[in-house]
Design a protein around this ligand. Structure first.
Ligand code: IPD
Length: 264
């Protein structure tokens, strides 16, 4: 069976190597290669190149594992372990030169469905800040070599919250309604532009909670484990009639209130 600590080390090494490539490509200049489902849903050559690098390294290191990435076809593999990869999370930030983007790499077991998989290990690397968030199942969450523990004392009133807006314009009214419902308890709200960084910000105590509808598995696979290993709470609510999941993550004192307010 796969050892979570071993998988964590692989995720860390690959996220750092991939992040360096993303940063190099960024400083050489980036242009949008294609617009996918919506104006905000874009891909750059760097997304594809970084995913190809991670995929080829994994093929050498763990040839029987599965792969689920944002920019290429899924492969179920045969080992029961699947790597879930967002080569550049925060692609719009990346394309515009805003430094909040990350490489996110997770190893999960059982299924490739986030409602039922078991997350074993994950790394989220933010190249512009040289910050490596990482976790292994049962072994804690870390920012570099500093162990992360969320604050037990924070309460919902006055929480600093982060959110994001899904790509589908049909759901934007719902997104704004959700913001209006949580605003009364919030000190303020951030839209930082990379779901994995939002989630790691909960783990690191930089925000108290985060909510977003419409995330894809690679947006949250690694960072959800980082949140829960830091003592935070994470929920992936089943898809509603728009077919989109709602992610809620928060420190324990904020979670229940946020969950109530964020649900339609
Ligand atoms: C996106 C970012 C963004 C979030 C979107 C994601 P991508 O990921 O995480 O913050 O609002 O829902 O899809 O497409 O840049 O990898």
């Amino acid at each position: 069976d796969a050892d979570p600590r071993e998988l964590e080390n692989i995720a860390i090494d690959l996220a750092r190597e991939a992040g360096q490539l993303a940063r190099e490509r960024r400083s050489a200049g980036v242009s949008i290669a294609a617009t996918k489902s919506a104006l905000a849903d874009i891909v750059t050559e760097a997304d594809r190149e970084v995913e190809a690098l991670i995929r080829s390294r994994l093929r050498e290191l763990r040839p029987t594992d599965g792969f689920l990435g944002e920019e290429s076809d899924a492969d179920p593999g045969s080992s029961g372990t699947t790597w879930v990869v967002d080569p550049i999370d925060g692609t719009v930030n990346y394309a515009y030169g805003i430094p909040f983007y990350a490489v996110s790499i997770a190893a999960v077991q059982g299924t490739s469905d986030p409602q039922t998989w078991t997350a074993l290990a994950g790394a989220v690397y933010v190249p512009s800040l040289d910050e490596m968030f990482h976790a292994a199942q049962g072994a804690g969450a870390w920012l570099g070599d500093r162990r992360l523990h969320v604050e037990a004392e924070v309460s919902a009133a006055g929480a600093l919250l982060a959110t994001g807006f899904g790509y589908d314009p049909a759901t934007h009214a719902g997104d704004l309604g959700r913001v209006a419902r949580v605003m009364p308890i919030a000190r303020d709200i951030r839209r930082m532009g990379a779901a994995s960084i939002d989630l790691c910000s909960v783990a690191a105590g930089r925000v108290d909670g985060y909510f977003e509808r419409g995330l894809k598995p690679w947006d949250h696979a690694a960072a959800a484990l980082i949140v829960t290993e830091a003592g935070g709470r994470f929920a992936l609510l089943p898809a509603d009639d728009t077919g989109r999941v709602l992610v809620i993550a928060a420190v324990p004192g904020v979670f229940d209130r946020l969950l109530t307010l964020a649900q339609p």
